[in-house]
Design a protein around this ligand. Sequence first.
Ligand SMILES: [Zn+2]
Length: 462
Amino acid sequence: MKLSFHGANRDVTGSCHMVECNGKRILIDCGLFQGGRELEEENTADFGFDPERIDYVLLTHAHLDHCGRIPLLVSRGFRGEIITTAATRELTRVVLLDAAHLAEEDAVRQQRRQARRKNGFLPTPLYTLLDAMNSFDYFGRVASYNQTIELTAGVSATFYDAGHILGSASIRLELKEQGRHRSVIFSGDLGNKDRPLLRDPVVPPPADIVVMETTYGDRCHRNLPDSVVELYAAINAAFARGGNVIIPTFALERAQEVLFYLREGVEQKTLPGSIQVFLDSPMAISATEIFARHPECFDAQTLALLTSKRDPFQVPGLHLTRETTASMALNRVTGGAVILAGSGMCTGGRVRHHLKHNLWREDSSIIFVGYAARGTLARRIIDGAKTVTLFGEEIPVRATIHTVNGFSAHADRDELKSWHTQTKASRTFLVHGEESVMQSFAKLLPGRVEMPQPHSSYSLDQ
Ligand SMILES: [Zn+2]
């Protein structure tokens, strides 16, 4: 029995862990590295294992940093079975198609640039739309929460609600080999309690070994009600100045959560009834539709809204902009608009255009409601950059910058600690966190704690 690590090691993106047992190889997640060209180059590098020899991929959830290398895995020879929950399966399709589309667009842009420089080297996309579509052929069984799936003799998997995004799961593997018996639980990304829409993460089952995320392992979030008040105040202040509000959003979960609170704000008259909200993200629009199809993942509050035939996301004055032309028309809106656009870390997507048109304006506000990894544009703005470069132009940062961290879809330090305690594990591998954060979190844990290096492997026999 062996466990090896091929992404999100002493860093937050590219989650990919491998278990070997009874001659079978099982991947937990196969995520994309994100944040800065250097890190992204890791995506084109070797996986650190042979994709042809992987038998199963178990996906914890549909975020790109957990599923984004799947088309690459398939194009390099993977022919096994991908298992996810039903909601993750639907969301992953949207996410992978979007990623392939962006990769193709990016490659075309780079090719034009190279051609202008008369440089013979032509960049190719990491993967194409066709690669993404081909990878859908390998999605096999659908996992239901709390129901054990037999993978092969001596290996079974159970998915538990992680409360992070729609369909997200922690995955527990039961391993038996030559009379030895081990249980390993992979936390996936863990959500936090008492948020709207989704249920809280469930109490995890016991396990001998834990592989867990540590995104916010060193801090506690502001509580959500305070963050909602902060969000409303920031929007009202920008409107009073005559500006717009740009909210860079992750298309999954955060966008829906922000819509949920904007609707509440208007209903409670904390936000003006004249508010114009633009959900400028084809992916977020599709994700919102997928949400409505999976009531099995909703918490009681959202179910109650739906059973009273009220759409939890229907803000008055909501515009869904799928078309690029409609998105570009938003550049002419000078005030009174809340624009939600991706990507959340501003590494690509339509939000970069909205930043170009609003960052330099003193009357506008940019509100960050999610995690921003090192090396991303979002992080540079949050850290106080005076100017940023967008589409080859240097743009001064004059807008008011807010970070409202209570919307985080990640458990904070105390929640992570209590989740770990509930597993009763004596051996822990920390992943998906910045190194300093992991070190501080490791001090809180009992037993053996490891922080694996990329491509390191560990025997689970002792
Ligand atoms: Zn996630």
